[in-house]
Design a protein around this ligand. Structure first.
Ligand SMILES: Nc1ncnc2c1ncn2[C@@H]1O[C@H](COP(=O)(O)OP(=O)(O)OP(=O)(O)O)[C@@H](O)[C@H]1O
Ligand SMILES: [Mg+2]
Length: 395
């Protein structure tokens, strides 16, 4: 697939001091965000955190209560939707049912009297590998194909900024994964700025260069998928993006760049550079796959944290890994993901074990991090009903 006429690069997006209050409810508390031109940016968060509201503010479908929206350096806060270099693909793809696929894709170009609208529409359809169905009606396509047409229809306008609001929500898991990869390769081919909204953490991490984790109308943390995963800075990020074991702790000392802190299960250490605060009550965290189980007490050394003895209370075989729950007296239950290097589970419920991990995998959070962790029912939310409207054409 050639980039061809889609070679223009996107524009950067800046949201400055944005607040959005609806009567009786503030959907966006405070939002400052810069999305560099040409990047694939994901806004990730649970249902109701303000993702769609943010997109609607960028598209001009909502007016902010406070703050400014800048696209490519131009202040568009007061510009009408059709005056903004933006296209939106909503969860419900809203193609015109009475038009053929090619007419749907060419619609925006024709309305703006762009030369060779049909030729450009064919090129956009080739990009999503659907040129062979150009003469069909939308009703003669599968849901996934319709979504790809909606994407072609948005991309063909070469918006400086493409807004995607859960555009893959209607697809089954396999097609969804396939479309994630396709969308990503389309983005790198056309070089436009993509702002992708999702509540699926795996989708955000697979697709985006930068992910912003949003919670209750605020951005909790922003960074590359690996940064967010390896060094979460809040309890919400630590538990919404993958799983984490979190322990309440009280700092005993900081020496040589290492903080040691007492937990109900013993003293643990965390590199000071990986801790949000270094005094008083803190929360220590570690990802389940960083932990190793030992049948006997491992030697204590400067590189490792060790907890135990504990007891295996559950072992779930998931194929690639076995997920153990280990009860540590006083501390609670710890999740341990062990790669399946041998046949089946190695430890069985009731067995005594120690848990060890490299200190440098530990992260330190504020004292209230456990309370701020994502509730379980938000870890895998149902596909949300989006406030989708008809597609918005670019200026
Ligand atoms: N017009 C409105 N009037 C009042 N409240 C609103 C309005 N639009 C949205 N809200 C509220 O603002 C909050 C954020 O809504 P938004 O649609 O941005 O959430 P979201 O993050 O997109 O969620 P989802 O993942 O479910 O789509 C919600 O609590 C919602 O009820
Ligand atoms: Mg939404």
């Amino acid at each position: 697939m050639a980039a061809g006429t889609f070679g223009e690069s996107g524009a950067d997006l800046r949201l400055v001091g944005i607040r959005k209050a609806f009567p009786g409810f503030t959907a966006i508390e405070e939002l400052d965000l810069t999305i560099p031109a040409g990047s694939f940016f994901a806004l990730l968060g649970p249902s109701g955190c303000g993702k769609t509201t943010t997109l609607r503010l960028v598209a001009g479908l909502e007016v902010p209560t406070a703050g400014r929206v800048l696209i490519g350096g131009t202040d568009v806060t007061d510009a009408k939707p059709h005056r903004r270099p933006v296209n939106t693909v909503f969860q419900s793809y809203a193609l015109f049912p009475h038009m053929s696929v090619i007419e749907n894709v060419a619609f925006g170009l024709r309305r703006r009297k762009v030369a060779d609208a049909i030729g450009k529409a064919h090129e956009a359809l080739r990009l999503v590998e659907l040129d062979h169905v150009a003469n069909r009606r939308p009703s003669q396509l599968s849901g996934g194909q319709q979504q790809r047409v909606a994407l072609a229809r948005a991309v063909v306008n070469r918006p400086a900024l493409l807004l995607l609001d859960e555009p893959l929500g209607a697809l089954d898991l396999k097609l969804r994964r396939q479309m994630q990869l396709e969308l990503k390769s389309i983005q790198s081919e056309v070089g436009l700025t993509f702002l992708h909204v999702t509540h699926d953490q795996e989708e955000a991490m697979t697709m985006a260069d930068t992910v912003a984790v949003m919670n209750k109308g605020r951005i909790e943390q922003l960074g590359s998928p690996a940064e967010l995963y390896e060094l979460p800075r809040t309890g919400f990020v630590a538990t919404f993006l993958g799983q984490s074991n979190l322990f309440d702790a009280t700092v005993e000392q900081t020496a040589g760049g290492v903080i040691t802190a007492r937990t109900a299960g013993g003293v643990l250490a965390v590199p000071a550079a990986r801790a949000v605060s270094a005094a008083g009550r803190i929360t220590l965290g570690v990802r389940p796959e960083k932990l190793l189980l030992h049948p006997t007490e491992p030697a204590r050394d400067e590189q490792h944290n060790v907890l135990g003895p504990g007891r295996i209370v559950d072992a779930s075989f998931t194929g690639v890994s076995t997920q153990y729950l280990v009860e540590i007296p006083g501390l609670g239950t710890i999740a341990v993901f062990a790669q399946n290097l041998v046949f089946g589970a190695v430890y069985t419920p009731g067995q005594e074990v120690w848990v060890a991990w490299e200190r440098e995998h530990t992260f330190g959070l504020d004292a209230d991090a456990r309370a701020a962790a994502a509730p379980d029912d938000e870890l895998d939310p149902e596909p949300a009903d989006d406030a989708a409207g008809p597609p918005v054409e670019a200026a």
